[in-house]
Design a protein around this ligand. Structure first.
Ligand code: FES
Length: 190
């Protein structure tokens, strides 16, 4: 289990993941993987299993539990989920790698997705990307800022083509972003 300190950072497991944010790293990189599905989390998974017709059907929410707790889904976590749901690690990995919302490596506390598909692109999405990289300190797309706060990526259509440029900061959806209002959107995110 992880514990929170006064700053909201987790003591074990996450470098940059406060309890409310699904972004950080995991205590596993040197074989010290701490199983997630023990105690209350195991009971949560067991309760989840009662709501689905098969164990396999519980895979997506089980992976989401991992990501919410650990910030990303490591190979070790995939193996744990596979064992809990009687699946193979390869099957679980296939699902994790199919859905882009699952992180396969640690990301910043604020994970920012920017639509750069054609309709948004012609409305200036690239300038929004440039502003986000500049204001977050991220060196390039997909790279986490040195302070661990931000990761910015490009994504395909976010379904708000009439409100270019839409972005998502974690689960928050924000429309009509311009280079000029990027700083304001990031202000106050500690
Ligand atoms: S093309 Fe950007 S939201 Fe659809």
């Amino acid at each position: 289990m992880t514990r929170e300190d006064a700053s909201g950072m987790r003591e074990a497991g996450d470098l940059h993941a406060p309890a409310h944010a699904p972004h950080g790293s995991e205590l596993h990189s040197h074989g010290d993987f701490a199983p997630l599905f023990v105690g209350a989390r195991r009971r949560e998974l067991d309760e989840l299993l009662t709501r689905y017709p098969t164990k396999m059907a519980t895979l997506l929410p089980a992976l989401w539990m991992v990501q919410q707790e650990r910030g990303w889904v490591s190979d070790a976590a995939m193996a744990e989920v596979a064992a809990a749901l009687d699946l193979t690690p390869a099957y679980v990995k296939g699902v994790v790698t199919f859905y882009t919302m699952y992180h396969q490596h640690p990301v910043g506390k604020y994970f920012i997705q920017v639509c750069t598909t054609s309709p948004c692109n012609v409305c200036g999405a690239e300038d929004v990307v440039d502003a986000l990289l500049r204001h977050t300190g991220c060196q390039e797309l997909g790279q986490t800022s040195a302070d661990g706060k931000y990761t910015v990526i490009e994504v395909e259509c976010l379904g708000a083509c009439g409100f270019a440029t839409p972005i998502m900061i974690n689960e928050e959806f924000i429309e009509s972003v311009t280079p000029e209002n990027v700083a304001g959107l990031l202000a106050g995110r500690s």
